[in-house]
Design a protein around this ligand. Structure first.
Ligand code: NAD
Length: 443
């Protein structure tokens, strides 16, 4: 069986015992999770800070790494539905059943948040859960492995620390649901492994999120909102605006406004700013730095390998064939690609894989109406993710499935159509039983 196999069997036995089904049990586990967040807040902040160079503000409640869980869980397992006349003495309902033993695989960029929010929904829905944090955010991984399981019931919840090799072996086991957050290329590997067991998946992936800026916008406000979204967590945010599409005139107007916003947020030397982060690792640093050779560096461009520092950078006149336009940037670099007008921007977006988010600064809804993406935010960046009333997820290359708020509970529930029939009034059933005489057929 191996270690992973034994662990999954242990959780499956607990699942089959029905332990996770009572509402009181789920509430108690969610409360324990709340205590973990409350009591270990300082440890969590320190671990994420040492992994990410996380800085003031990024640890706040807004988009950050310490969701309280409030508003993320939602109970309610049964919904009555209308019924037909022949079943009027019956009871018909949709039962939201837990799937069973589920696997949550998380990336490193918000190393707590991205396993915690799905975990809340998985517990609320009544599942047993294996959590696999990213091995790249190693301090957070260690903390979660050592401390989280002291709070949760270890018969039903486990943390596996695993790199690629061990995760590959973990995926050989049969899970009843897999919730994966990470890159599209690993998403394909996860879906292939899940297909062997016909295991349903949610894939929360990444990609290049376009940000269209029309000519009629308030340039200062656009610059502030875009610079905030791009440079939050040093650009390592799956829904960060990845590149700007605008006219050549708007590019000229944006430049001083972006410079002003960057200086306002991070001072004249962002390296000294307590509000500007670092790239997570050396490999990632080298990859992002190589993208600086695109277009012309209009703002920033300084790097320091020892610190894994890349200054907030704006690249102007970037060509679609440049390196920065070939992959998700996932760092503090913002290329501007010049387009003639909104129609050309729409064609540009539609010629590429469907992104996780599209941003459009415009009073015209055409960009939203004529494109497809996981989510959309008009006249701002990132903010749609803060509403738990909105589903969050990708489409096409940016993923499949949705979560946040009640959608997380639904994701981790099988919607089981149920009918309980009345045992009386057998006579009304006779038309459906053979023999199908001419009288029964109404001939
Ligand atoms: P990644 O795909 O490299 O890794 C994600 C997880 O998969 C990690 O836990 C890792 O250990 C595991 N993994 C890596 N290679 C594997 C393999 N071959 N087999 C099995 N498991 C493997 O992603 P990352 O670098 O950690 O995160 C960055 C990516 O995640 C970006 O593309 C970003 O856009 C995306 N992301 C998406 C969301 C979202 O909500 N849609 C959120 C955050 C990040």
């Amino acid at each position: 069986l191996g270690r992973a196999g034994r662990l999954v069997s242990h959780l499956r036995a607990a699942w089959l015992s029905g332990k996770t089904r009572p509402l009181e049990y789920r509430v108690a586990q969610l409360e324990a999770l709340g205590r973990f967040l409350e009591e270990k807040k300082q440890d969590i902040l320190e671990a994420t800070a040492s992994d990410m160079g996380k800085v003031r503000g990024v640890g706040n409640e807004l988009l950050s790494d310490l969701p309280t869980g409030k508003g993320q869980s939602c109970f309610g397992s049964g919904t009555e539905v209308p019924f037909l006349q022949v079943t009027q003495l019956d009871s018909a309902f949709i039962r939201k059943d837990p799937y069973g033993v589920v696997l949550i695989i998380a990336p490193w960029n918000y190393p707590i948040h991205l396993f915690l929010v799905p975990l809340i929904g998985a517990i609320a829905a009544g599942n047993c859960v294996v959590i696999k944090p990213s091995e790249i955010s190693k301090n957070t991984e260690r903390l979660v492995a050592e401390m989280l399981t002291c709070y949760l019931d270890s018969d039903c919840f486990a943390v596996v620390t695993a790199g690629v090799e061990e995760t590959t072996r973990l995926l050989e086991n049969k899970f009843d649901y897999i919730f994966f957050t990470g890159s599209p290329s690993v998403g394909r590997i996860i879906m292939t492994a899940a297909a062997k067991h016909l295991t349903p998946v949610t894939l929360e992936l990444g990609g290049k999120n376009p940000c269209y800026v029309s000519d009629t916008c308030d340039v200062q406000n656009v610059a502030r909102r875009v610079a905030w979204g791009r440079f939050f967590n040093a650009g390592q945010t799956c829904i960060a605006p990845d590149y700007i599409l605008c006219s050549v005139e708007m590019q000229e107007k944006l430049m001083p406004a972006l410079r002003e916003a960057i200086t306002e947020y991070f001072g004249s030397n962002p390296r000294e700013s307590p509000d500007f982060g670092r790239i997570v690792g050396d490999k990632q640093f080298k990859r992002v730095r190589a993208l600086l050779s695109s277009g012309r560096v209009a703002i920033g461009g300084q790097t320091d390998e020892k610190e894994r520092y890349i200054a907030p950078t704006i690249l102007a006149d970037v060509q679609p064939s440049d390196p920065a336009m070939q992959e998700e940037i996932f760092g503090p670099i913002l290329p501007i690609v010049v387009v003639a007008n909104m129609d050309e921007a729409i064609d540009f977006i539609n010629a590429r894989p469907r992104p996780l988010a599209i941003y459009a600064f415009s009073c015209d809804s055409k960009v939203r109406v004529r494109t497809s993406s996981g989510g959309f935010c008009g006249n701002d960046t990132l903010m749609h993710v803060t509403l738990t009333s909105l589903p969050f997820g990708g489409v096409g290359n940016s993923g499949l499935g949705k979560y946040h708020g009640k959608f997380t509970f639904d994701t981790f529930s099988h919607h089981r159509g149920c009918l309980h029939r009345n045992m009386g009034l057998e006579a009304i059933n006779s038309p459906r039983y053979p023999p199908y005489t001419q009288q029964k057929l109404g001939l």
